[in-house]
Design a protein around this ligand. Structure first.
Ligand code: PAF
Length: 285
């Protein structure tokens, strides 16, 4: 295991990475908001296998939270995160404070198109512009790298992949599979908000997606019918408050006629204080 370095300064991180690159090292980057779990660990481990230097960023990005959302209460535990990073054999944890990242409110930000206004973007206006702004900044700081992102946040993954391509950023975005609890619940930092009763019902999201996939695979091409089926499964869980279900083309995430080819099924629901999301892929036709 390498010794984990902790860095809070942008210039300091750049210097460390310049040294690593001069020695011919490929950089793997895992952007996070901390409170790391098994999902993050799998990203760090994959970055470790595929690169010479592994950087994990930990920054709870205020730009991606709307007023009334959980920015202040978002779980934070840097000591525990550092232990997990050391254990997963990361090399550098970049944990800047807010002043380092945003010495002033940014005048230049990333504005996304329609992809940011659907699904989670419809209930969290501006959220993905905030994500894209911080990720563009992190990619600019880290420089040429492979960036490891989880499919659990599929809309985020799609947006970041498009942003990197559209802006010709020197970053290869690597999609990594969702890590799940034994009962199917996708691991998430926000699962900590769930009461025991809510935790018991939360796997309904995954079951709804599976029911949707069965319908698609049996030949259903109406997105609306698949969405209604998934919503009905979620409605059977009394503690779930549905936000949306969606059956959309995997490449665009925007509904366009009958389902065909690669389809993404997505769902979001609130269980008490926790807003949980999940998704799976399937093939129509
Ligand atoms: O998925 C997250 O943890 C965040 O949205 C990210 C990509 C680190 C940007 O703040």
């Amino acid at each position: 295991m390498s010794t984990l370095a902790q860095e809070a300064a942008i210039d300091g991180l750049r210097e460390r990475l310049a040294e690593a690159r001069a020695a011919g090292g490929a950089v793997g980057f895992v952007p996070t908001m901390g409170f790391l779990h098994a999902g993050h660990r799998s990203l760090i481990e994959r970055a470790r296998r595929e690169n010479d230097v592994v950087v994990v960023s930990i920054f709870v990005n205020p730009l991606q939270f709307n007023p009334g959302e959980d920015f202040d209460s978002y779980p934070r535990d840097l000591e525990r995160d550092l232990e997990l990073c050391a254990d997963a054999d990361a090399d550098i944890v970049f944990a800047p404070d807010r002043r380092e990242m945003y010495p002033e409110p940014p005048a230049a930000t990333v504005r996304l198109g329609a992809l940011a206004d659907v699904l989670c973007g419809a209930s969290r206006p501006g959220h993905f512009d905030g994500v894209a702004t911080v990720v563009a900044k992190l990619f600019s700081i880290v420089g040429e790298c492979s960036a490891y992102l989880g499919e659990k946040d599929f809309q985020q993954l799609t947006i970041i992949g498009r942003m990197a391509a559209d802006l010709s950023l020197p970053v290869r975005v690597v999609d990594c599979p969702t890590v799940r609890e034994p009962d199917g619940l996708a691991v998430s930092s926000r699962n900590v908000y769930l009461s025991d009763a809510e935790r018991g019902q939360a796997p309904v999201l995954r079951r709804a997606l599976q029911a949707g996939a069965v319908l698609v695979q049996s030949g259903e091409t109406s997105g609306a019918a698949v969405e209604a089926e998934m919503a009905a499964v979620i409605a059977a869980a009394p503690l779930a408050q549905l936000d949306y279900t969606a059956a959309v083309p995997a490449s665009t995430l925007i509904a366009a006629g009958p389902l065909q080819g690669e389809v993404r099924l997505l769902a979001a629901a609130r269980f008490g204080q926790a807003r949980l999301i999940d998704n799976i892929g399937c093939r129509a036709g």
